[in-house]
Every structure is written in structure tokens, then in C-alpha cells.
Design a protein around this ligand. Structure first.
Ligand SMILES: Nc1ncnc2c1ncn2[C@@H]1O[C@H](COP(=O)(O)OP(=O)(O)OP(=O)(O)O)[C@@H](O)[C@H]1O
Ligand SMILES: O=C(CO)[C@H](O)[C@H](O)COP(=O)(O)O
Length: 403
């Protein structure tokens, strides 16, 4: 997108920056301090780019515990916008950032203020706010939202160390994903939309076993111990954020098989806050009514234990919400079109887009159940929200470059 940029060329750290206006189609980042590039992230707020149509970066927050499907959700979201998401080219190979044409996804682990050794020495987990730099998180998310490139730190999950920072330029959509996108009120207020992936303990345990035991060779005891060790801080600092989310995807064991705790068949609830600007909740058949639907008739193949949908109004942390629920799993993904045709407000651009997205990524975890379905729908709702925000700004006075 064409951009109007102002580059502040700082000759020395104490001198007054000199301002250069660049024309449309030009974006440039220049950081000088007596001829040397300034590397500190805190000194990098010296370029302002606002899009030619006055738009700024739309910021989305995605909160969840580790191993709860954030990466999978991000892959579905980026796919909705088209184009593949990749780590910054030529950068740190252990970068946690993913960049596509439209979106930049940053991982909030990069704001850990204590590295692995530091946390061990202080006896705090990564979930503890004391192990995270919320001031810097706020400053940098705000800067990006205002069109300012930042040098964001990198937490290296391979070494457990804080690596030198990487440059993040303002994208059309910035997704901040991780443990604490809604923890700090200042950061929370920057979010245009927020999502919480609420994975019940039983399901989290089943997924951890599948990944960490089957794929990473961890023992059952060590998985149990790691979940137990994180639980107090998870309950204190991560879980409470769901009250602030505009959409919550809650993943529970099925109710279709009595006493099932295996975590293979899932009951998934999409909880959508009412009254959120640019977001109209999805509904089944009849908006605002309460509906229970077992679609296993002639048009949907259902083997045991079948599929059950529910839709209705509810209250969530004293907010008015709409809930869409799916229990069970699809046998044939192409038949999802039958379910899709009964859903409204799904923000598709053409008939069958949800089904097409699900088929395109049928190898992603959760593609045969409500996790994949609702993640895809939330992705479409975010695209819609983004487009509404952009069109609401068209016609607004072109934002002048900032002095
Ligand atoms: N919808 C799902 N259905 C079944 N399993 C899932 C689902 N989503 C995630 N998983 C399991 O959880 C694992 C972690 O998923 P993913 O990498 O998306 O999570 P994450 O939150 O990004 O993890 P981390 O924070 O550890 O990087 C997957 O490898 C898979 O085993
Ligand atoms: O909760 C987490 C978020 O992903 C990680 O445990 C945290 O970032 C620490 O990472 P590591 O275990 O690699 O030191």
C-alpha cells in the first residue's frame, strides 16, 4: 500500500531530529546516531509511516497457553488473507515472527524479560508477569499501531536466551499471540479484536501427550509435572484474560460419549460477545433463538457418536454473548457445505468459502471438528472486521505525518 513516511535522521542521540518527507510508494527506515545505526529498541521510534488512505495497523490479540493451538489458528488466519506466512527473510533463524502480505504475527514470548536461566534463578515461570516486560510490549505495539517500525527483542526457544532484536515494520494487520495479550490494560486497549483459546485441562493433557510424548519423546510423568507446575500461574495470570476476549473458542471433552476423557472427540463452543464494533456474531438458522440441531440426516454422513450443534444466547462474565457449539466430528469434510449453508453472518465472500478453507487445510489438527471450523470462521470474521475498519477510514482526513 502506498505510504507517506517521515524519516527522522538523528545525527546524535542528543540532537534534534531532522525531518525528511518521503513521497508515496516509498518506505524507508533510517536510524542514525553519529553515523551509526541505533540498535536499541527504545530509540527506534523515529519513523512514522501512515498509509496513503489514512489507515493504520489493525491489531488482533490471540491468547492461549502453550501447546493450545495458537500456531494452527495463525496458519488458518493467514490463509484466509491469502499468501504464505514466513519468518523474516535473512533474519534470525530462531525468530518467532511470521510475515505474510497482509499480516505480521509476533509472539509475545519475545517480551520475556528474564531468560530461561533468569527465571530459574528467580523461581518464576514464563507465565508470571514478573518475567515479562509489559512496558516495552505496550510501547512497541502502540508504535506499530501508529505506523512506526520497531526493533523487537527475540526470545530464543532453542537456547532459552534473549537474542538481538529484529525490525518489525507496520503491517496491515498485526497479530500479537501468546500468553498475555490481554493481561496489561494498556496493551488490551490497543486491540481491535481479541480471541482466547480456552482448552480444558482434559483436552490440554491429551494434546500434550500426543505432541510431547508421541512426537518429542517426553515421559508421561514429565508432561504431568510440567502441566502441574504451570497450573497456579496459568490460573492466576492467563485464564482470567478470557473475560476480556471478544471471541472465546472453548474446547471440552464430548458429551456424546458418557464419561469420555480421551480428548479425541471434542465439544467446541464459539462464544461471541455482543455489541463489539465491526463484529456481528455468527448464528444458526434464526438469530437470537435457541436451537439444538443434529444434522445427521440424509446430507451429512455421521458415524458414532454423531454430531450435535447448539446455538443460543448466554451470559459470559456478565457480558451478553451468542454461543455456537459443535460436539462430534465430521466423517467427510466436503459435506461441511451442508452445515455451512445453515450458518449466517459467517462473513464469507462466496458460497462455500468455509468448506473450501477447511478442505484446503485438512491436514491441520482439528480439521474434522469444531476447533478447525470455528478457527476458520473467526479468521473470516477478522478479515471482515479489517475490511470494515479500512472502509470506515476511507474518506476520513488523510493523516498527516507526525511531527
Ligand atoms: N484442534 C486441535 N485438535 C487436536 N490437536 C490439536 C489441535 N490444535 C493443536 N493440537 C495439538 O497441539 C499441538 C500444538 O499446537 P500448536 O503448535 O498449534 O499450538 P501452540 O499454542 O502454537 O503451541 P506452542 O505455544 O507450544 O508453540 C499440535 O501439535 C497438536 O498436537
Ligand atoms: O509458555 C511458554 C510460551 O510459549 C513457554 O514455556 C515460555 O515462552 C518459555 O519457553 P521455553 O520453555 O522455551 O524456555
Amino acid at each position: 500500500m502506498a505510504a507517506v513516511c517521515t524519516v527522522y535522521t538523528v545525527q546524535s542521540l542528543n540532537s534534534t531530529p531532522t525531518k525528511t518527507h518521503l513521497g508515496f510508494h516509498q518506505k524507508q527506515v533510517v536510524f542514525y546516531s553519529t553515523g551509526k545505526r541505533i540498535s536499541s529498541s527504545r530509540r527506534c521510534s523515529n519513523i512514522t509511516c501512515s498509509a496513503a488512505d489514512g489507515t493504520k495497523t489493525v491489531v488482533i490479540g490471540l491468547a492461549a497457553d502453550s501447546g493450545c493451538g495458537k500456531s494452527t489458528f495463525m496458519r488458518r488466519l493467514t490463509s484466509v488473507f491469502g499468501g504464505a506466512a514466513e519468518p523474516p527473510k535473512g533474519g534470525n533463524p530462531d525468530s518467532n515472527t511470521l510475515i505474510s502480505d497482509t499480516t505480521t504475527v509476533i509472539c509475545l514470548d519475545d517480551y520475556h524479560s528474564l531468560d530461561r536461566t533468569g527465571r530459574k534463578q528467580k523461581g518464576v515461570t514464563a507465565l508470571d508477569p514478573r518475567a515479562n516486560d509489559f512496558d516495552l510490549m505496550y510501547e512497541q505495539v502502540k508504535a506499530i499501531k501508529d505506523g512506526v517500525a520497531v526493533e523487537k527483542p527475540i526470545y530464543n526457544h532453542v537456547t532459552g536466551l534473549l537474542d538481538p532484536p529484529e525490525l518489525i515494520k507496520p503491517p496491515k494487520i498485526l497479530v500479537i499471540e501468546g500468553l498475555h495479550p490481554m493481561y496489561d490494560e494498556r496493551v488490551r486497549d490497543l486491540l481491535d479484536f481479541s480471541i482466547y483459546l480456552d482448552i480444558s485441562n482434559e483436552v490440554k493433557f491429551a494434546w500434550k501427550i500426543q505432541r510431547d510424548m508421541a512426537e518429542r519423546g517426553h515421559s508421561l510423568e514429565s508432561i504431568k509435572a510440567s502441566i502441574e507446575a504451570r497450573k497456579p500461574d496459568f490460573d492466576a495470570y492467563i485464564d482470567p484474560q478470557k473475560q476480556y476476549a471478544d471471541a472465546v473458542i472453548e474446547v471440552l471433552p464430548t458429551q456424546l460419549i458418557p464419561g469420555d476423557n480421551e480428548g479425541k472427540v471434542l465439544r467446541v463452543r464459539l462464544i461471541m460477545k455482543e455489541g463489539v464494533k465491526y463484529f456481528s456474531p455468527v448464528y444458526l438458522f434464526d438469530e437470537g433463538s435457541t436451537i439444538s440441531w443434529i444434522p445427521c440426516g440424509r446430507k451429512l454422513t455421521c458415524s458414532y457418536p454423531g454430531i450435535k450443534f447448539f446455538y443460543g444466547p448466554d451470559a459470559y462474565f456478565s457480558h451478553e454473548v451468542s454461543v455456537l457449539e459443535m460436539d462430534g466430528q465430521f466423517d467427510r469434510l466436503d459435506e461441511l457445505i451442508y452445515v455451512e449453508s445453515h450458518l449466517s453472518n459467517i462473513s464469507t465472500k462466496f458460497y462455500g468459502e468455509v468448506t473450501q478453507q477447511m478442505l484446503k487445510h485438512n491436514d491441520f489438527p482439528g480439521s474434522n471438528n469444531g476447533t478447525g471450523l470455528f478457527q476458520t470462521i473467526v479468521g473470516l470474521k477478522i478479515r471482515d472486521l479489517y475490511e470494515q475498519i479500512i472502509s470506515s477510514r476511507v474518506g476520513a482526513p488523510l493523516e498527516a505525518t507526525k511531527a
